[in-house]
Design a protein around this ligand. Structure first.
Ligand SMILES: NC(=O)c1ccc[n+]([C@@H]2O[C@H](COP(=O)([O-])OP(=O)(O)OC[C@H]3O[C@@H](n4cnc5c(N)ncnc54)[C@H](OP(=O)(O)O)[C@@H]3O)[C@@H](O)[C@H]2O)c1
Length: 245
């Protein structure tokens, strides 16, 4: 018998206003979880929450450690617990070596690395009391294999994968599982700037012959946070149509 139901679970998805985060919030809600999603703008977060069937949409900038901590504590308090956290909020901006501005380094690292760390740390604190929980962070194939023009983003996503591995080692004894997903090229706002030629090239290099959809990443996340994945932790799961093969 499968146990993909998330009925009775309380879940938080950061960066849930669009793309993979929105699809994940919807997938978790459809599986029966009470979902809170966040985004930087409150009205966009509220709109997304109602589109996803989530219980609430709240404003949160993940670069603000104190705000992350307060929001996670607040969600756990309001719902009595926190079972699932998906640290999804992230940004991607390309720049060739020699053209990388300090500001790009700062915003990418503070959002993707520090933002993920703040979220995982706050989640661990909230989950520790119950000695159970499941966390998923958003890495990338780029963080595993590198990508020309994406040195800053690749560095940030390599860090995210290692946040998952280290947190899994540290939190396993507390009954908390931590995994990462490493999507390939998924059609969202993040990749909307890719030229049609670049999209066609990525599709043709992909054994499955196309780009991915946000729902396909969301389905993997839903599995990883479910009881079906009860002995899986510290993994970085590629969701890329075979692009890296
Ligand atoms: N799409 C891909 O091909 C792909 C591949 C590999 C990995 N990923 C990773 O998957 C995650 C989601 O990507 P996506 O494609 O769905 O991106 P997206 O469509 O651009 O959505 C990004 C989300 O992150 C939120 N966000 C950005 N900066 C934030 C901040 N400082 N604080 C809080 N929220 C913030 C945005 O919310 P607001 O703008 O509403 O605040 C939005 O909800 C990212 O971590 C990305 O790196 C994506």
């Amino acid at each position: 018998m499968t146990d993909l139901s998330l009925s009775g679970r309380v879940a938080l998805v950061t960066g849930g206003t669009r793309g993979i985060g929105l699809a994940t919030a919807r997938a978790l809600a459809e599986a029966g979880a009470t979902v809170v999603l966040t985004g930087r703008d409150e009205s966009r977060a509220k709109e997304a929450a109602s589109a996803a069937g989530a219980a609430a949409g709240l404003a949160l900038d993940v670069t603000d450690a104190k705000a992350v901590s307060a929001l996670v504590r607040g969600v756990a308090k309001e719902h009595g617990k926190l079972d699932i956290v998906v640290a999804n909020a992230g940004i991607m901006e390309d720049a060739l070596l020699g053209m990388i501005k300090e500001e790009l380094v700062d915003t990418t690292l503070s959002t993707n690395v520090a933002g993920t760390l703040h979220t995982v740390q706050a989640a661990a604190r909230a989950m520790m009391r119950k000695k159970s929980g499941a966390i998923v962070v958003l890495a990338s194939i780029v963080g595993e294999y590198g990508s020309a023009g994406q040195t800053v983003y690749a560095a940030s996503k390599a860090a995210v994968a290692n946040i998952a591995r280290s947190a899994a080692k540290e939190l396993g004894r507390s009954g908390i599982r931590v995994n990462a997903v490493a999507p390939g090229v998924i059609e969202t706002d993040l990749t909307s700037g890719l030229s049609e030629d670049a999209k066609a090239e990525n599709s043709s290099r992909t054994p499955l012959g196309r780009l991915g959809r946000p729902e396909e990443v969301a389905n993997a996340i839903r599995f990883l946070v479910s009881d079906e994945a009860s002995f899986i932790t510290g993994q970085v799961l590629g969701i890329d149509g075979g692009l890296v093969l």
